[in-house]
Design a protein around this ligand. Structure first.
Ligand SMILES: *Cc1c(COP(=O)(O)O)cnc(C)c1O
Length: 428
């Protein structure tokens, strides 16, 4: 347990001994802003910029020949990056592929693994997952002829913030065929015990997959050791791959060879792909779950970012993440939890139950969020009253976090939030 202190010098001392401190300079800062929104869109790094420019150069100089002649041939780029990403998520060789988008990947995976039969025809999810996932699950149920009102079982939260693993497990009845859950909740920052959920699902004959959009790049995973069936995630949050960058898929090797639900020619084995046969010959790896041509321009920045993260190591990133989120919670608890501040923390306290951001609630959350933006802090807001603050380990310092706490204090001391309306039509 780190002993924290409230004074500014403490933050500076922590920065001086932070082994990851040097990475901040590899990112482009947004002027003087303190960027606490890396859980929505990670900042651009020079490393990501470089691999993107390399791709642009290859396009310029190689044209179509880039598919075979790029520094990494474009034809195998999705698999190569999947293998670069594998250690970040505890995957074995060829279990990951960088392809598609988050919601699209959910569709292709769920359409493969959701096979309702007889009594076992339901999908288990929860009411706090990101809405897109729930829309997609409902659509997958309709596509298989079911009724989401009946076949999509949503675990309820007891307090509106946290989903208890016990409640998830209790809902794993013999009517559930597949469970799809997030790793980290986008509002509260709660981290689910994926190992336990995988084990309990498998004991009951349930296939289990995870949406790791809010954990990849900040929390280590051990998919292969846990035996989770599949996972997917976006690469634009903690992975810093750029706005709308290509997503990723994990398919446990025990499932290789299954027919993908949404087949396309990029999932074909490379050896027969260009024979242009009428019948699909799926790759015998996770590569089979690709659909179409690799979106090279939105994949290339991920390469630089991935190499940087491998260099930093996900273990070191997690270590700092826990320390620095713990520090932020400490500052809020000690300075800002009582009158007149009244900030509260929605994120679970135990290290093993939280991801990379802290969910801070306040009844004036919306207006405080605006006031923070006016003070050059970049947080974000999720209804009804959560301000999300992500001290991303590679580019946020302890001193940044100390300053954010002073801003949280000042917007109340000076009643700055009162200058903003409660009109919530702006997108953050
Ligand atoms: C960010 C996020 C998404 C985003 O989906 P896209 O298809 O990339 O727009 C989906 N699910 C979760 C849990 C997320 O955190």
């Amino acid at each position: 347990m780190t002993e924290y202190r409230l004074d500014e010098d403490f933050a500076l001392e922590m920065d001086a001994k932070d082994p990851l401190a040097g990475y901040k300079e590899r990112f482009y800062p947004l002027g003087d802003a303190i960027y606490m929104d890396g859980n929505s869109l990670g900042l651009m790094s020079k490393d990501a910029e470089k691999t993107l420019y390399r791709l642009i150069e290859e396009w310029k100089t190689l044209g179509i020949k880039g598919w075979g002649g790029g520094k990494i041939p474009w034809i195998s780029y999705a698999e190569e990056l999947g293998n670069l990403q594998a250690p970040l998520v505890g995957a074995e060789k060829d279990e990951c592929v960088v392809t598609g988008g988050t919601t699209i990947n959910l569709h292709t995976l769920v359409s493969t693994f959701y096979q309702p039969e007889g009594k076992r025809k339901k999908i288990l999810a929860d009411e706090l997952n990101f809405p897109s996932d729930l829309y997609a699950l409902s659509a997958e149920i309709r596509l298989k002829g079911g009724d989401p009102d009946e076949d999509l079982v949503l675990v309820r939260s007891r307090d509106g913030m946290i989903i208890e693993e016990d409640d998830i497990i209790a809902a794993m009845t013999d009517e559930i065929q597949l469970a799809l859950l997030p790793s980290v909740y986008y509002k509260s920052g709660q981290l689910l015990d994926m190992k336990r959920i995988t084990e309990e699902a498998h004991k009951r004959g349930i296939i289990v997959g995870f949406d790791c959009s809010h954990s990849t790049g900040v929390v280590p995973h051990k998919f292969s050791e846990w035996g989770s069936d599949f996972a997917f995630w976006c690469n634009y949050k903690y992975m810093n791959g750029g706005p709308g960058s290509t997503g990723s898929i994990y398919v446990n090797k025990k499932h290789w060879g299954k027919m993908p639900g949404m087949a396309g020619w990029f999932g074909n084995a490379r050896s027969t792909m260009f024979e242009m046969r009428t019948d699909f010959d799926p790759a015998r790896t996770a590569s089979a779950w690709q659909i179409g041509t690799t979106t090279m321009l939105s994949t290339a920045p991920i390469e630089g970012s991935l190499r940087m993260m491998r260099e930093a190591s996900i273990e070191a990133i997690r270590k700092k993440s826990l320390k620095i989120t713990g520090y932020l919670m400490y500052l809020i608890d000690e300075m800002l939890s009582e009158e007149p501040y009244n900030y509260g923390i929605a994120t679970p306290r135990a290290d093993e139950r939280r991801g990379g951001h802290v969910g801070v609630y306040h009844k004036e959350g919306w207006r405080i969020n605006q006031a923070l933006i006016a003070r050059n802090v970049v947080p974000d807001f999720r209804p009804p009253n959560i301000i999300r603050l992500a001290p991303v380990p590679l580019y946020i310092s302890y001193h940044d976090v100390w300053k954010v706490a002073q801003h949280l204090k000042a917007v109340i001391d000076n009643k700055e939030f009162e200058k903003f309306t409660d009109d919530r039509s702006t997108v953050t």
